[in-house]
Design a protein around this ligand. Structure first.
Ligand SMILES: [Zn+2]
Ligand SMILES: [Zn+2]
Length: 203
């Protein structure tokens, strides 16, 4: 089934992200999948583990309420277009992986055109062609069935624990308060990560 979100909602997502792009459309569809798999949960119950930091994460934040600042969006830098969602209350969850073929046949042509544009070698016709392909791809992503776009599977692992407020320690090099769990020890000193990196590089 094609995307069921209202035009207004979609235009708000685009505004939040800053532009319309295929990646954002993937995130929009992910948020629909969440509703299909877990129901309409209040965002306090929902937690997302994203394996990518691409455009789509903004749609996930805007539409599911899993946000970086609330701590219910966890980024694992795996470089995969995959998202895991859990309902904290029931422990139920799923992982979805974007199917590599789901961008359609135009993906290859588009990426070679994009390379030309980035390197400044594309002529006007090629630029227009790329724009049109992009529009078609976005349209395709919005009209496809969710199961055509994503492989849905059981999550790897269990619900991550809630964000905790931890004590701060003072970095002995720069004097700035640093969350205890992010500090390092070096030559008997407690240091923040950047100060630790500095001294460690000198050794
Ligand atoms: Zn984007
Ligand atoms: Zn420091």
């Amino acid at each position: 089934m094609s995307c069921k979100l209202s035009r207004e909602t979609i235009s708000n997502v685009i505004k939040f992200h800053g532009h319309s792009c295929p990646g954002l459309r993937i995130g929009i569809r992910v948020s629909e999948l969440v509703r299909r798999e877990l129901g309409d949960l209040p965002d306090a119950r929902l937690v997302c583990i994203t394996e990518t930091d691409m455009c789509g994460v903004d749609a996930v934040q805007y539409l599911t309420g899993c946000t970086y600042g609330k701590g219910n969006l966890i980024h694992k830098d795996y470089g995969k277009t995959a998202f895991t969602f859990f309902d904290r209350e029931t422990g139920r969850g799923f992982r979805c992986l974007f199917r590599s073929g789901a961008r359609g046949d135009m993906a290859m042509e588009m990426s070679s055109l994009q390379q030309k544009i980035t390197s400044g070698e594309a002529n006007e016709t090629e630029q227009a062609r790329c724009k049109e392909l992009r529009r078609q791809m976005e349209e395709g992503l919005m009209e496809s069935d969710l199961d055509q776009l994503f492989e849905v599977m059981l999550p790897n692992g269990v619900v991550p624990r809630s964000a905790r407020i931890l004590a701060s320690l003072v970095c002995e090099a720069c004097g700035e308060d640093t969350m205890e769990s992010r500090t390092r020890r070096f030559a008997g000193q407690t240091l923040c990560q950047p100060c630790f990196n500095k001294v460690e590089q000198k050794v």
